[in-house]
Structures are given as structure tokens and as C-alpha cells.
Design a protein around this ligand. Structure first.
Ligand SMILES: [Zn+2]
Ligand SMILES: [Zn+2]
Length: 355
């Protein structure tokens, strides 16, 4: 009988169960990884609540996969277990994380290094099985080695940190500029730290949940603002000599968060939208035009992994405060997904251990 492993299987909205499944084997150019730890992401909750969203609904051109059953989990640390035919440069036991982009390498965007724009773009754990399992198989080109300074738990935050690094890059934030982060979830709290590392003069954080505002303060926010208690735009104006911010990061992706980002910024500001907006958002063109404001978007990452790993390794970005819970794979729904959806004020990043 073929070897089996434990894995969480998504079969559709509201359906995620831990089961025994056959252990995957690596094909040519692929590597089998033994998972050490994997974080639950907001996008995992989207798929659980109302998916498929990023999970392809037609067979994916690179993987052939669509819908369920699918193993989610894309923010992880693992150990190289078995190399498929033709893989060089890695050894069993190497500690790694994975850049989740699956790309063709041949289209015009791939040739320019814009892998997140690949015409056949897919994502590990959406168009192929992910890391809420004991093992997974990925193409060898996705691997990034982790230095000893980056612990297994820290390694699970490299992927969201790569997202945050790209968000700050896309905003074109310059040394000495002021910034506002709207939404202090895991991505917002990482964007806060990256913006400081990039030389922002001050970073203000707008967040309705008190517990998340406290974490933002401890991680270096110059001030935190509760948008349910005061007008965020006026609060930012008072803290910036009426200039308001040069850059705003919308780390939520809703009409309310976009409106907040808009009123927290001053003339010629850039608003970088990082959050996943599931509904259309209306934009007051006249206000943007009059103040020559720009809206830009950041989706995933290209190759921000080496930068993210360096920021973690030397301590410029701290992630211990973001980790609110550590649970076993068997508890993923009851102690992971459900608390994150139902009590977001008490949970931030939940790490799942397969054994
Ligand atoms: Zn994620
Ligand atoms: Zn491509």
C-alpha cells in the first residue's frame, strides 16, 4: 500500500476536513518538502467562506487543477525531503520557504521578470496542493533557503512579508515621507515595519480593533488612530501639521478603507491598494484629479523573497508579536479558521503544525 499522510482538504465553501491522503511524489524538476509549520492567511479564509476565489474554476494551464479537493496553505517553512529527477542545488534537510508563484517562464511578462503578471499565472496551494499537510510537492524553482537566524516560525511569515515588501515598493515611498497604514492585520503590521525600514519619517496606523492598535504601537507606529472613535482624516491632519500623509497603504480593500486612505493623504499623495477588494469600489475622480493623487495596486510579489528573508534575519522586521496561536493540523478549523473569522480581535496569525 502506498504511503499516506495527513492533510486538510478543501472541497468547496465551508468544507475543510483533515483526512488521510496518498503521499505525493516529485516529478521532474519538482521537490517533495516535509512541512514544519504553515500560517493561515486571510485568503485562506476567503476560500473557506465563499470560494473558489483564487482557486481556479477551470483546469489550470500549468497544473491542470481546478476546484477541490485541494490542500490549502501557502505561508510555510519546510525541509527538503526528496528531489525529483533533474533537480540540482538542494539537499534533503535544507530548510526552505516557497515563493508561491507558478509561472510559465516564457510569456512576455515572465521574460521581463514580472512573474506575477504571467499569462498562465497560478499559485501554490490554489492551483496545486499546499502545506496544510505533512508533505507537499512544488517546482524546485519556487524554493528559497532560510538562514539560521530565521526560525521555523519566522519562516512562515516570509511569504506575507514578501507581499508587504512589494506593497511598499509599489507605493514608491521615499526617505523622509510620511505614511498611513489602513488596517493592522498581519499584512498591515508588516507594511508598517517595512515602511519604517524604507525610511518613512513616520507611519500612522488606522485600525478599529484595540488589540491590533496595541501591536502596531509596539512595532513602531508613530501614532494609532481608532476610526470608530474619531475622524481618521482629521486625526492624521492634526498629527502632520495639516499636510496629511504622502503615502497611504490600504491593507483592507473595502470602500470604507479606501475612503479612509483617501482622506488621510495630502496633495500629490500615492494610495497603494494591497487588500483584496471583492466588491467594486467607487472613486471620487474630482478629488484625485484636483490633488493629483495616484492610486496604485500591489498584487502578490515578483521576487521580494530575498529582501523579506534579509529583513527578518537581521531583526528589522519582527514577527513574534504577530503570532497569536499555535495549533495542530487536526484543529485547523475549530482553533484556526473559525476563531480568525469570528474573533479577529483576539487572533492575528495562527500557525499550524502538521505533527
Ligand atoms: Zn497569504
Ligand atoms: Zn509567463
Amino acid at each position: 500500500m502506498a504511503a499516506e499522510m495527513q492533510a486538510a482538504l478543501w472541497r468547496g465553501a465551508g468544507d475543510l476536513k483533515v483526512e488521510r491522503v496518498p503521499m505525493p511524489s516529485p516529478g521532474p524538476g519538482e521537490v517533495r518538502l516535509k512541512v514544519k509549520v504553515c500560517g493561515i492567511c486571510g485568503s485562506d479564509l476567503h476560500e473557506f467562506r465563499e470560494g473558489p476565489f483564487l482557486i481556479p474554476s477551470r483546469p489550470h494551464p500549468l497544473t491542470g487543477r481546478s476546484g477541490g479537493p485541494l490542500i490549502p496553505g501557502h505561508e510555510f517553512t519546510a525541509e527538503v525531503d526528496t528531489l525529483g529527477p533533474g533537480v540540482v542545488g538542494w539537499q534533503p534537510g535544507d530548510r526552505v520557504t516557497v515563493n508561491c508563484l507558478l509561472y510559465c517562464g516564457q510569456c512576455v511578462h515572465c521574460r521581463q521578470g514580472h512573474y506575477n503578471m504571467c499569462l498562465k499565472l497560478g499559485t501554490v496551494a490554489f492551483a496545486s496542493d499546499g502545506a496544510f499537510a505533512q508533505y507537499l510537492v512544488v517546482p524546485a524553482y519556487t524554493l528559497h533557503g532560510l538562514p539560521v537566524e530565521v526560525s521555523d516560525d519566522m519562516g512562515a511569515l516570509v511569504e506575507p512579508l514578501a507581499v508587504a515588501v512589494r506593497v511598499v515598493k509599489r507605493s514608491r515611498l521615499r526617505l523622509g515621507q510620511s505614511a498611513v497604514v489602513v488596517g493592522a492585520g498581519p499584512i498591515g503590521l508588516l507594511v508598517l515595519q517595512v515602511a519604517l525600514a524604507a525610511g518613512a519619517s513616520r507611519v500612522l496606523v488606522v485600525e478599529p480593533m484595540a488589540a491590533r492598535r496595541e501591536v502596531a504601537s509596539r512595532l513602531g507606529a508613530s501614532a494609532v488612530i481608532d476610526p470608530t472613535a474619531e475622524d481618521a482624516g482629521k486625526a492624521v491632519a492634526a498629527l502632520t501639521d495639516n499636510q496629511r500623509a504622502d503615502v497611504a497603504f490600504d491593507c483592507v480593500g473595502s470602500q470604507a478603507s479606501f475612503d479612509t486612505a483617501l482622506k488621510c493623504t495630502g496633495r500629490r499623495a500615492v494610495i497603494c491598494v494591497a487588500g483584496l477588494a471583492l466588491k467594486p469600489i467607487s472613486v471620487p475622480f474630482l478629488r484625485l484629479w484636483g490633488h493629483e493623487k495616484e492610486i496604485t495596486f500591489s498584487t502578490g510579489y515578483e521576487d521580494e523573497f530575498p529582501a523579506a528573508i534579509a529583513l527578518l534575519a537581521d531583526g528589522r522586521v519582527k514577527v513574534q508579536e504577530l503570532i497569536s496561536d499555535r495549533i495542530a493540523l487536526g484543529e485547523i478549523v475549530e482553533k484556526g479558521y473559525r476563531p480568525l473569522m469570528e474573533e479577529p480581535d483576539r487572533h492575528l496569525k495562527v500557525l499550524v503544525y502538521p505533527e
